[in-house]
Design a protein around this ligand. Structure first.
Ligand code: SF4
Length: 323
């Protein structure tokens, strides 16, 4: 049973990057990478943030963790607004919120042993003595399915799946409440993906962890998420429970993403909707509904008026003039 205490609240979060040109590096425009997104992640819950590459989902994850500075908006962690906090004031927040990246190889220092990598957050935050640290790291290795004897090995001595387990152990070291997974299984073989997802789910149950699970793959997101937010060009276009998205997805973009998800039953044939063209540039996004240049149902109103994200059923929000 998922409890409804919000761990993370995001309100109207924006991240715009200036586009600079010429000798004087004048600002000539903005990249609207994240353009006013709002959602919550509750205790023990996984929110899937899904969309094509370039839709702003990874930027959103980094802005939430203040790895990059948001342009505006509110990010609350367990009720505390972290937007205006200084580096020093952010330290307690860093313990509560961690990130796992897509590529476990480049996110691990090749010159450090796996044990030192996992123990580093404990050292930085002054959490434990060397002896205590070693004991805690050994327990974390054991919990994520690695042998404590492997603590002395270097990242290149592990397989891709094992390296992602090291990243998970490192993320767990400080006992966080929230983990942002930025495409955490995309670089892994399918069979290994399932193992890592199962591990994440077991850890969630044990520790009441909350996940913001960022992925371009709706099938993976379905497996792990309680609710899903679908992003297109910096905005959330649909936000609902996983069941609502998969049985009654309403936004035309969600419809297109769903049509590409393989169905395990060969008797069921899904008509694949192929969207025309690529995601438009976030430097100069289309007016009105950002999706109108690719939407098969677009009408004149869609070009001039931005649809609001409206609640069409309890917990089911859609941003489309026709829904
Ligand atoms: Fe398509 Fe118009 Fe709905 Fe946008 S508002 S998704 S363009 S029908």
């Amino acid at each position: 049973m998922v409890e409804r205490t919000p761990v993370l609240e995001v309100k109207d979060l924006k991240k715009h990057f200036p586009v600079k040109k010429g000798l004087l590096r004048r600002t000539v425009g903005q990249v609207y990478a994240v353009d006013g997104i709002s959602f919550t992640v509750n205790e023990g819950e996984t929110l899937g943030l899904v969309g094509e590459s370039g839709c702003g989902k990874s930027t959103a994850g980094r802005a939430i963790l203040r790895l990059i500075e948001p342009t505006s908006g509110v990010v609350k962690m367990q009720g505390q607004d972290i937007a205006g906090l200084s580096k020093k004031e952010l330290r307690p927040f860093r313990k509560q919120a961690q990130i796992i990246f897509q590529d476990p190889f480049s996110s691990l220092n090749p010159r450090m042993t796996a044990g030192d990598i996992v123990g580093e957050p404990l050292l930085v935050h002054g959490v434990a003595s060397k002896k205590e640290r070693n004991a805690q790291v050994a327990a974390l290795f054991d919990r994520v399915g690695l042998r404590p004897a492997q603590m002395a090995n270097f990242p290149h001595q592990f397989s891709g799946g094992q390296r992602q387990r090291i990243c998970i152990a490192r993320a767990l070291a400080l006992g966080p409440k929230l983990i942002v997974g930025d495409e955490p299984v995309s670089a892994l073989d399918v069979s290994i993906q399932a193992q890592v997802i199962n591990l994440l789910q077991d850890l969630q149950r044990e520790r009441k962890l909350s996940y913001l699970f960022i992925s371009h793959n709706l099938a993976v997101v379905e497996h792990i998420s309680h609710r899903i937010a679908v992003m297109y060009l910096g905005r959330i276009v649909e936000y609902a429970t996983t069941k609502q998205i998969f049985t009654n997805g309403q936004h035309p973009y969600t419809e297109a993403l769903l049509s590409a998800v393989p169905v395990p039953d060969p008797a069921i044939k899904r008509k694949k909707i192929v969207l025309q063209g690529d995601v438009p540039s976030p430097v100069n996004p289309p007016s009105g509904c950002h999706f109108h240049t690719r939407c098969p149902y677009a009408v004149a109103r869609c070009k001039v008026e931005t649809p609001l994200l409206r609640e069409i059923a309890p917990g089911h929000h859609v941003s489309c003039h026709l829904r």
